[in-house]
Unconditional design. Sequence first.
Length: 1079
Amino acid sequence: MHLRIQQKRETRQVLVQLEKEGQIIAYHVDAFDSPHSKALRQAFASFYADVPSDPEPDKTVLNIAEKLISGGQRLADNLLGEDHELMKIVQEIEQAGFAKLEVSIDSDDSDFFEEFWETVVLPDTKYVLSASVSRFSRTNSQLYGEPDSEIELGLVANDPMSGQLSSLLGEQARDPIDSQTSAMRVLWVVAQSGGAVDTNHLSQAVGFANRAVSEGGNLIYELMLNPSPEELNNRLQVLEKPIHILHYFGDVCIGEGNIYYLVNDQRHDLLGVLQACGSASLGCVAMDVREYVNEQGLAVPHQRGFHAITQTACRAYKGNILGLSQAVLPQFSSVVFHSVYRALTLAVELGQAVVEARKELQRNSLDESFNPSPVPFPMWPLLLHFGQQKVRFFRQGDSQISDTPVGWGALKERIFGFDLERLSACAGNTSDNVALPVADYCQTHGGKVAIVGSEGMGKTYTAQRVAVYLAAAEKVDYAFYFSCQRFSYELADIIHMTAGVLEAGAEDTDNFAEALAQKRCCFVFDDFDLHPVSHDVVNLLERFNQIVITAGKDVFSEDYKSFQLAGLINIDRRLIACESIRVAQLSQQNIFAPAMQVAERCGGNPWLQKKLVPELSLYSVEELLTRLTDYPHGSVKEGFYQQYWATLTQNEQVFFSLLAQSPAVLMEMLGAVIQQNDSYWHTFCGEESTNENYKAWVDKNYQHGFLRRSNLGHMLGRDEIDFIVAQQAQIDDEHAVLFSGWVCESLCFLSGRVSQQNNSEILNYLVVNRADWVLHLERLWHNYKFPEFFGVKNAIERLFMPVGLVPELATWCLELLHRHPLPDRDYSQDHVVAWLALAAELNRMPPEIDVEWIATTAERCRTSYSELDATASTSALPYFHQLATFLLAYYERNTFWAECIMVAERALGVYRYYESWPRVVASLKALVRFHRASGDKEQAWLLEDQLLNDVPYEDAEPGFKLQQQIEILLSQVAAEEFERAHKLLYEIKAYQDAPPHLQDLLINVECDIDYGMQNYEAALPVMSKLWSRAKAASQDAQLKELQQKLTVIKSVLGEGRFNEILDKADADGDKQHDENLTH
């Protein structure tokens, strides 16, 4: 269904025509005056060209959206027709659905083209037409002719949801060949004309490049700064990493019969570039034009300038062109185009993607960037789409577009040491500033770069976003970040830290050099002027053409290409001020004007501005500005922190010093346990321990800039940690142990929260930061806090079990014991019992881990075990039990079965003496396992009979005996003792009512027994059901095992009997079982 609104060149009449299922409704209306006056157009232009303002002082702002819509309604009224033919067209569209409609605005007249067609609302309808249909585009059929058939570029998106959805829905996974992902590559060209507009309209290219990769990596922005037409043409001809969209950001000059882009006041042929786009079969060209000018340098209205591009481009490029209806700040134009590119990853056609982008922009019609509270700023009318050619970029796309970053995907495997949370939060916010020329220099020249600026100007942030861009755009294979804040890196350090990634020997310089010869990397050395990296490192990296980015206050050497960080431009100062107000939750307070005063006095220093603005809730502007004069020259961070540090009590300083040792600790996780144990915070702060007091204390430290907010809560930032460590506060053992107990109790709390709520975000946080928790476990152990130690260790173990990290925890436990060996003398029994209990983790460690150091301890324990009379006194029982548990773990790991049996038999005797039946059962099961492993099956069977018949289960909890029977049954099946298993299975069925969740297990076990006893006809129906389940869940290993068994059954029974049994078992009579189950 196609609605065409076409102006006839000869008569200037407008043809309105609907094509639907071979039927045509068409009529003409006379030329009409625009419903938008010149004054209104100027109001629109002024509104969009400036920063969105608070609607309170200027009520006209509130009416912009309303005026746009009412103008669109009046525009549609002009198309009504003498006999209201448009109403019949509306009825036809509504019957079929607007989602099936395509709309073309067709004309070569600039006045007609300048109308706000994207705002049209058809009579008696509620929705903007350009945001409700499947495609809404402008065209000039006289110049461009009819389009070719739809073009398919065949890209495949990486959809993080698809695997989960397939699993949940029982769908088959994608064919690996079909699922090779391929991102859409946008060449973002930035042309700086050299005028004043460059100062106020800096590009957002680097920021959006980082933002795109944080949103899943299906969109890659590749940047070019001030390229010549030849450089552009050369890049477009590279087939290895093809460009799919050209995005131009800069000024355009409209000449007589030609168009130019401007670089440093030089005109370059844009028509030739468009011709190269056509030759490279680009799917789209996007014109993010800051200013259109004529050959005399006078400004040209935006829509008229875009029309001139479309009229001229037809000589070189017949594809789709995106543009803007108004001049707008780069912070907004970038969002408009980015919305289209994101929509393309849904595997929709380009026209549909433009419509989806308008819908998204309609949903987000309030701006929160430049005001403390949201203000109206409708961006959806800005987006223009010219062209008829249908293009679908992705063959397989994202299942959805998330409003929040979904993560850095595969890029995290290529970038190391970077603050991705900060990059995610800030991506696309402030202007590129010096990041763009740095990125362009690195990718075109390489070598050594120095980012220079005073403290707090954003050197770290700039270096990190450039390096991440280089990795995302595949300009480098890997990127590494090193902070030189505290020490200098030698070559051996760099090799050791990167060897695993570069697959080079950890201590081998030659292998490292060979790896550098094969890979191109970016190495970032921050605070380079404090502790410069050794010359050996830099020389080696330079010799192999690696990119080296350094950051510091001063220029280090003439060998480095230096880029000076100046202060923020005014528009970014406002943006950061408003962001700081919102993050500090101060939007309801009237502090915008004071915040801008502070921003002005900060001299464009973003760090200082972010720290001081939240303090406006505590101090007046005058007080804050007075404090600025007290900061030492060149060290604003030191001055800022030192002022607040001096106001803290000694115990508070100790608290923050302990917190700095574990940067991942959240204030909220500590606060969660205050109600259960109020001794922690009271000791450090001396106040009454209540949630309200603690929260107020955290808020106070945040407002003073001593804490930062992360996605999960408040924590110390890198700058705070560096300052606190430098203070070298004296930490006594009492406070250190107390703090570790606090952290560990909070870990226990969070472990329970994860189990109850299945909170994957908290689980991921605890797992990723696990290196921070072991400090506190070791401190508890070292100070003999054994009950607390095992409590948190067990809680962490429960967390680690689903993610397969229990062996890692067991390995750390044994390393802890290695550092704190079993004492020879002057030890308490509690200490030894705890040591032995932890040493029993041996069996959970990977077999390749060497634990021979514990052999001498095992010999000592064996002697003690042999000499200890545990029946003499119950006080010896815990010691005896842990000796037995440790020795069994040690001997079983080393397959010393005779020793295992000796230890277990003695333990069994002691447990029988005390009638400790749960431990009797555990000892009998262990003896069964040891005898079976040693080859003595008959003794194992005798012990199994004892386990089943000699234990007084009548006094046990309900289900305890059934649990033992099932465990024995499973071990018998695993040992292929099918006759004994068959007998036990029928005993379970005869004498126990198995719970529903065990019924399936027993059926599957019976199937295994039937197969083992070659009762194939009984096993086959169950196996066919197991096959269906495994196939639905894509359980390849189980499918392979079942296929082997089914092939054996088919060969024994014959094909006829095989299918006969399956047909009888299958209620649906599926005739494809033979093929499905055995091929």
